[in-house]
Structure formats: C-alpha cells, structure tokens
Design a protein around this ligand. Structure first.
Ligand code: HEM
Length: 306
C-alpha cells in the first residue's frame, strides 16, 4: 500500500491552518518537486512533533491537476459541483493548491505555515488563509458536537482512501472544502428543541433522535444516504470551527475514496428528497466557498522529488 499523507485520516486536533494557493504560470517543473518536498516535510514533522499530534496534507485542485501532472489523472477527479435552490447556495470557488496542517500546538503550526510558504516562494500566490480551533468538546459553533458519527479505527482508511479501483492513485483521497459562515444570532434565537430538530440529535448529550422522530428536513436525515446496493454512503469529515467575531463558522472538509458520496449528500441538503424536504440547517449558515481537490499518496508525490 502506498503511504498516505497522514493528515487525511488523522484524529482531531486543537488547532488548524488552511492555506489556499494559486500557482503562477509556467512554474510546473519547479512546483512538482516542491510539492513532493512539502509533503515529505509534513510527514517528517508528524514524527518530530508526535507529542503534539502534528499532521497535514497537500492537495491539488481539480482544475489545476492536468496542468501540473500532465497525463495521469485520478479517475474521478472533477470540479466542485456548484448548486443553488431557493436561498440555499453552494458556490464553487476553486484553488490550485490546498495545504491542510493541524497540531495541538498553535506555535508549531504558525512556524510550519511560515516555512511552507517560504518553500513555495516565487511559485504560488496565497489566496486564502483560515485558522481553525477546537470549540469546547469538539462542537461546531452552533453548540452541537460535530464528528460523532465519523468512521472510526481502520474504517477511516477504508472510507477516505482510494483502494485498488484506481491503482495508480491508491492511498490518495478526494477532498472537498466548503467554508460556511454561520448566522449565530439567528441560530441562537431558536429554542433548543427547534435546534435539535434541525440537527436530528440532542444538543447537550449528543444523542441521535430515534428514526421515527427525525424530521425529514433534519441535517442527519438529509446526509444519511444509501447507494443502489443499500450500502451506507460514508465520508470522513475533518471539519473545524474557524473565525473571529466578524465572520465565523465551520471549515467543512470531507475526505473520501470517491467524490460521489460528498456530492450526493450536498445535493440532498440543497435540493432535498424530491418532496420539498431540504436541510433546514442551511437557513442558518451560508457556504462562501466550495472547492474540489485530490490529495495523492506520499509515494505518488515522491516520484517528483529532487
Ligand atoms: C453530521 C454539523 C455540513 C455531512 C453532523 C452533525 C452535526 C453536523 C452537528 C451531527 C454529529 C456528527 O455525527 O458529526 C454540520 C454543520 C455543517 C455541516 C454545522 C455546515 C455548516 C455538512 C456537509 C455534509 C455533512 C456539507 C456533506 C455534504 C455530515 C454527515 C454526518 C453529519 C455524513 C453524519 C451523519 C450520520 O451518520 O448520522 N453534521 N454539518 N455535513 N454531517 Fe454535517
């Protein structure tokens, strides 16, 4: 099995830094080895700062992939599917590169972010930077625990990593990122029971509603999907809260062995089930971005190292 980039399946951290870059024109020959070096550096730091659970990954944008890795493309890599219905909007904003680094020490993250940015100097332009943090006991800023039903143990790898179906890209992962800005004053005016009905779980104790009590418009009803064979469609979420008083919300990050599971869930949230039942959580948050990437295995990137 090719070595995966460790941030794809890592357990949660206290802090994160998200860097979105666009590449300068004509720098591909220098950028390829640079990406390999950055991914290897992140991999080595995971060992060096193991006591602070440092991890991360480098991912390449769907629209940039062919420019940098001419010829070989992950079988299902495609742009972010922009969606809009009523006042529910999921815009597509693509970037060439995504650096995702996380750690339980903020100072280490800041240092590494600077070093990565220096390694890329002259090759890319930093377009977006966000910093995420653990809120209370791993809650979203809505006050609900986020991540409870994520795959656990070895099934994190099974869900997140490409296996034998695309052998050249085995160990890689399809990554989707959406930056959601919450309308917290609107959300906080809702009585707790109404909030719970919207999520489909209790707030304090994070208990899942019984199936018959789950509104069809609740978030977990809308994202709990099965494929044509009746198998659960799963993703591994690596989301964290971000922001300041000016703008705050969730950096939603999905990693998966295919792009379809994320796309179908988002479709179900925005367009609903065909009977008018869409995700009511969307009335309290707004997706500002939507980007599609592929995070190749460390070994795929290593072939370009110098
Ligand atoms: C579950 C919050 C966006 C997919 C949950 C839960 C919360 C939550 C509180 C319940 C606890 C848990 O199992 O983690 C949010 C917020 C979002 C957001 C605040 C955006 C502002 C999304 C998006 C997707 C998604 C865009 C996929 C397209 C899921 C899945 C589950 C889940 C798969 C687990 C469902 C289950 O198996 O019960 N989310 N979510 N979420 N969410 Fe989201």
């Amino acid at each position: 099995m090719p070595r995966e980039q460790l941030g794809i399946c890592a357990e949660g951290n206290l802090h994160s830094v998200y860097l979105m870059f666009n590449a300068n024109d004509g720098v591909e020959d220098q950028l390829r080895p640079c990406l390999a070096n950055v991914a290897q550096y992140i991999y080595e730091l995971s060992d060096q700062y193991a006591d602070s659970a440092f991890n991360g990954f480098v991912a390449i944008g769907a629209n940039y992939w062919d420019t940098i890795f001419d010829g070989q493309r992950p079988a299902q890599l495609r742009p972010f599917p922009a969606m809009n219905e009523g006042n529910r909007d999921a815009p597509a904003i693509e970037y060439d590169l995504f650096m995702h680094i996380r750690c339980d020490r903020y100072d280490i993250l800041h240092l590494v972010a600077n070093e990565i940015s220096q390694m890329f100097e002259g090759l890319v332009e930093l377009i977006e930077e966000e910093r995420g943090f653990r809120f209370m006991d791993s809650r979203d800023l809505t006050g609900f625990v986020d991540g409870t039903e994520n795959p656990k143990g070895r099934s994190r790898q099974e869900v997140a990593l490409v296996a034998d179906e695309d052998i050249s890209f085995k160990g890689g992962s399809y990554v989707h990122v959406q930056k959601y800005a919450h309308n917290l004053s609107k959300w906080n005016r809702l009585p707790q029971k109404k909030q719970e009905d919207i999520i489909g779980r209790t707030k304090q104790d994070d208990i899942e509603y019984a199936s018959e009590d789950k509104p069809l418009t609740s978030h977990i009803k809308r994202v709990n999907l099965k494929d044509a064979d009746g198998k659960s469609m799963e993703i591994l979420r690596q989301s964290m809260p971000f922001g300041s008083l000016r703008e705050q919300g969730l950096m939603f990050i999905s990693t998966c062995h295919n792009p379809t599971h994320f796309e179908e869930m988002l479709r179900s949230m925005i367009y609903g089930d065909g009977h008018g039942n869409h995700d009511h959580l969307m009335q309290f948050t707004k997706a500002l971005t939507g980007s599609s990437f592929f995070a190749p295995s460390l070994d795929f990137l290593a072939q370009f190292a110098n």
